[in-house]
Design a protein around this ligand. Structure first.
Ligand code: G3P
Ligand code: CA
Length: 253
């Protein structure tokens, strides 16, 4: 597998592509991420009724394409008819919902992609089908997921791809403890994952990042659109920052 040429830390990950300025999870937002200097893009994937892996964050296409159906209730041919760009701004009208192979083809060899599995483990065979042929030509590829068992099955099916266990999210309104972080590390090591990808609600400092990395895990953080916080995380030694604004954040750092 090709590797990202840059060894600079932290890597900057464009969340759903350069989604501050472009419609999320589209080829336009992925291409804009490269233009804005991102090292990797993050995308969300779900399964269509006929087995295609398509890019979508929400349960349905309502917010981003004005269709109340879930991808699991639609065939790819009908998903192709949706407009995934107009909701963001009229200039993006006509952007389509990409498939995973189309997204992979938009990743230059010196860049990379984090693929967030939003579906359950039934998507794993389709991921294997779509990812294996692309690995020789794509840049660095990660699988990320909040669901431990789904990520464990994906890692077992695709051991050559790095897997990051997602945890956190301000919406959970939880106080994060060091014991909880240690528990995640234990779980990740047990499953053979390659790292953690933590929500920015986690009050990570340098000692905690070192604890994760000392266990042989990478330590990534999402989604940071605040320059002060990003600088703290850089000083703490994290491996990547996911942001909606890769160009802006790069300039701030
Ligand atoms: O990069 C991880 C992050 O994308 C998880 O949250 O809701 O934006 O998919 P969400
Ligand atoms: Ca995501």
């Amino acid at each position: 597998m090709a590797r990202v040429a840059s060894t600079k830390k932290p890597l900057i990950v464009a969340h759903r592509g350069a989604s501050w300025d472009f419609p999320e999870n589209t080829l336009a937002s992925i291409r804009a991420a490269w233009a804005q200097g991102a090292d990797l893009v993050e995308i969300d994937v779900r399964l269509s009724r006929d087995g295609a892996v398509v890019l979508l964050h929400d349960d349905t296409f309502q917010r981003t394409a004005g269709c109340a159906l879930a991808p699991e209730a639609m065939d790819l041919a009908d998903i192709r008819k949706l407009d995934a760009g107009a909701w963001k701004a009229s200039q993006f009208a006509g952007e389509r919902v990409p498939t995973l192979p189309e997204a992979l083809a938009a990743v230059p060899r010196d860049k990379g992609i984090l693929i967030e599995i939003k579906a359950g483990d039934t998507i794993v065979p389709a991921l294997r089908r779509d990812l294996q042929p692309g690995l020789a030509t794509a840049g660095r590829v990660y699988l990320i997921c909040f669901h431990y068992e789904t990520l464990r099955q994906a890692k077992a099916a695709l051991p050559e791809i790095k897997a990051l266990y997602l945890a956190g999210g301000a919406w959970e309104n939880k106080v994060r403890t060091e014991a909880e972080l240690d528990g995640l590390v234990t779980q990740a090591v047990a499953a053979g994952f390659d790292g953690l990808d933590l929500g920015d609600d986690w009050p990570l400092d340098a000692a905690q990042v070192r604890r994760v990395q000392a266990a042989g895990l990478e330590c990534h953080v999402w989604t940071v659109n605040d320059a002060t916080r990003a600088r703290q995380l850089v000083a703490a030694g994290i491996d990547s920052i996911t942001t909606d604004r890769p160009g802006w954040l790069r300039a701030q750092l």
